[in-house]
Design a protein around this ligand. Structure first.
Ligand code: DQA
Length: 146
């Protein structure tokens, strides 16, 4: 079985480190990707990291994961609250998927309280800062170990 995780970060997460640091912290996207690779390495898992501000590119990456990934970690950014298409892509590829949000979306504006993904995600990690990505890798490693 393939031992690779697809890590997807959605719109505006390329600005991590400088974007609203009081909400999202000071770690950059490169820091997050390095963190995920390091934790994945503990479980002999590889990581393919991508970030996109475009919904279709995210959907294409999820479809491609069906060929060579065992699981997905996704922070869909604002697409969380709008995208039935990303939900359908994840349902379609049938890979265990961890949904991560750096901030506690439930303590923020009402429009962030609903996620189109949460109902089909294997786990949802919210409000743990970038440590949520670490938890996501560990949870997926547990699921993959069966
Ligand atoms: C986010 C929360 C979303 O509401 C927001 O649009 C983001 C980031 C988070 O990681 O906390 O871009 O997904």
């Amino acid at each position: 079985m393939t031992r690779r995780i697809l890590l997807v970060n959605g719109p505006n997460l390329n600005l991590l480190g400088t974007r609203e640091p009081e909400i999202y912290g000071s770690d950059t996207l490169a820091d997050v990707e390095a963190l995920v690779s390091r934790v994945a390495g503990e479980f002999s898992l590889e990581v393919r990291a991508m970030q996109s501000n475009h919904e279709g590119e995210i959907i294409d990456a999820i479809h491609a994961a069906r060929e060579d990934c065992a699981a997905i970690i996704i922070n869909p950014g604002a697409f969380t609250h709008t995208s039935i298409a990303i939900r359908d892509a994840i349902t379609g590829v049938e890979l265990p998927t961890a949904e991560v949000h750096i901030s506690n979306v439930h303590a923020r504006e009402e429009f962030r309280h609903h996620s189109y993904l949460s109902g089909i995600a294997s786990c949802v990690i919210v409000g743990c800062g970038v440590q949520g990505y670490d938890f996501a890798v560990r949870r997926l490693a547990t699921l993959l170990a069966g």
